[in-house]
Design a binder for this molecule. Structure first.
Ligand code: ITT
Ligand code: NA
Length: 210
């Protein structure tokens, strides 16, 4: 059984909606290292989660990156939401003329085995990691290969609207709707997580039947 490693019920809802019964939550709070990028954080988390669980794991690290704020809150999105809250992030972005932003999601898969190094058409456009040490620069926990799947959606920061979703969804508008105004299916159809899940879902069946 594949474990979706997160403490966030909103992520679980979206992942299970997308992947169905192939996945179950593992409520495990892995160590989040500091990095300006999500990849190394997720990769390190996936190794730790795999060592903890002993079965295939998928770690999900996500964040909101506001263009005019140099990508803030980015990898600190969780901390910023818990401390000042999303309303304050909206207020900060509202002082800027340029309200453009992106949500990013990195999924990191680890099952304790290596990955085929031969060229894989699914991988070509991604920054995937398939080496023991990996270009994620994680020197502290080598020997466990991790594969990364990234998704991004662009939009703009607006005054909070909507009751659905979670986290920053009420202040992130895409095609006229905030993500909190979308159903889970609708959000998965366009979101950073949905895009990362799509890449994973394309790759995973081959691996699990190999
Ligand atoms: P886990 O680490 O246990 O998975 P978390 O909520 O702390 O849970 P992150 O470290 O990835 O997850 O934190 C990302 C932050 O961005 C956090 O404040 C989330 O609420 C928010 N976030 C992540 N995905 C989001 C999404 O799809 N829509 C809105 N906000 C999101
Ligand atoms: Na987290």
């Amino acid at each position: 059984m594949l474990r979706y490693v997160t403490t966030n019920p909103g992520k679980v809802r979206e992942a299970t909606d997308y992947l169905g019964s192939d996945v179950a939550q593992l409520d495990f709070d892995y160590t989040e290292i500091q990095s300006p990028e999500l990849g190394p954080i997720a990769a390190r988390g996936a190794r730790e989660a795999y060592r903890h669980a002993g079965e295939p794991v998928l770690v999900d690290d996500a964040g909101l990156f506001v263009d005019s704020l140099e990508g803030f809150p980015g990898p600190y999105s969780s901390y910023v939401e818990e401390t000042v809250g999303i309303e304050r992030v909206y207020e900060l972005a509202a002082t800027e003329e340029d309200r453009r932003a992106a949500f990013r999601c990195t999924l990191a898969y680890c099952d304790g085995e290596g990955f085929d190094a031969s060229p894989d058409p699914v991988d070509r456009d991604d920054r995937t990691v398939a080496a023991a040490t990996g270009p994620d620069g994680d020197e502290g926990d080598v020997g466990l290969p991790v594969k990364l799947f990234e998704g991004i959606v662009r939009g703009r920061i607006v005054e909070p609207r909507g009751e659905g979703g979670f986290g920053y969804d009420p202040i992130f508008e895409h095609n006229g709707k905030t993500m909190a105004e979308m159903s889970t299916d609708e959000k998965n159809g366009i979101s950073h997580r949905g895009r990362a899940l799509a890449k994973f879902a394309e790759w995973y069946p081959e691996r699990s039947t190999a």
